[in-house]
Design a protein around this ligand. Sequence first.
Ligand SMILES: [Zn+2]
Ligand SMILES: [Zn+2]
Length: 255
Amino acid sequence: MRMKVLGCYGTEFLHFKSCGFLLEGSVLLDAGAIVSSLSLEEQLGIREIFVTHSHLDHIKDIFFLANNLFEEAAGGLRIYSTKAILQLLKRHFINGSICPDFTSLPHRDGHLLELEAIEEGIFHPVTKGISVRAERVDHNIEAVGYIIRSDHGHIVYTGDTGPTEHIWEVCNTLEDVVAVFIECSFPNKLQELANLCGHLTPATMVRELEKLKEKRCPVFVFHMKPQYLKTIEEEIGTLRQDRIAILAQGQEITF
Ligand SMILES: [Zn+2]
Ligand SMILES: [Zn+2]
């Protein structure tokens, strides 16, 4: 399975985009970075978007993508998340005021945008042999992480979270976890702020990884606030764990 990192930071800065991870050219994890990273042809390839929560840095490019695909999209776009998260998305963003209500615009056999609620704890098959399962995490708003299953094993994507338990317990029931994507937003000196916002620092991130039974698979760190990137890199370096790498925008990973 191929993953392209369209953006992997906890906000936007010059040369730094928020979160968007494209799997096999068609399934997207979070929608904070899409349109400024892909050609129109590549944007047309996106069919399914899994949203972890309703914070703007994870949803904003839904607006731009739907605008760009208005005429061209062959089968429309599906946005997946839990019912509660989709309700927040619909009420506060795709509501006809902030963003046109693309879910009511007719398009071929359906609508340009379809919101599809998924149940937590069940693998939902999408395209190209990929199945995706939502598991709750602990952010400062309703949020889930995703477990992605393919022929190559399971990938864990935490989305935004502070210290949490459930998703790790689920991961520990899976045989073949081949990669973990874990957030780390702030440096250790901002631990109190991180706790208040439901985010991790290198100190709390490493404690999260201790909860995971799988100790060899690569760990990719994302959602760093760019202004603290250097400090976060140094603090992660002092952990002396070779399997932990900090993600970079534009990176392509094959599992
Ligand atoms: Zn975020
Ligand atoms: Zn968030």
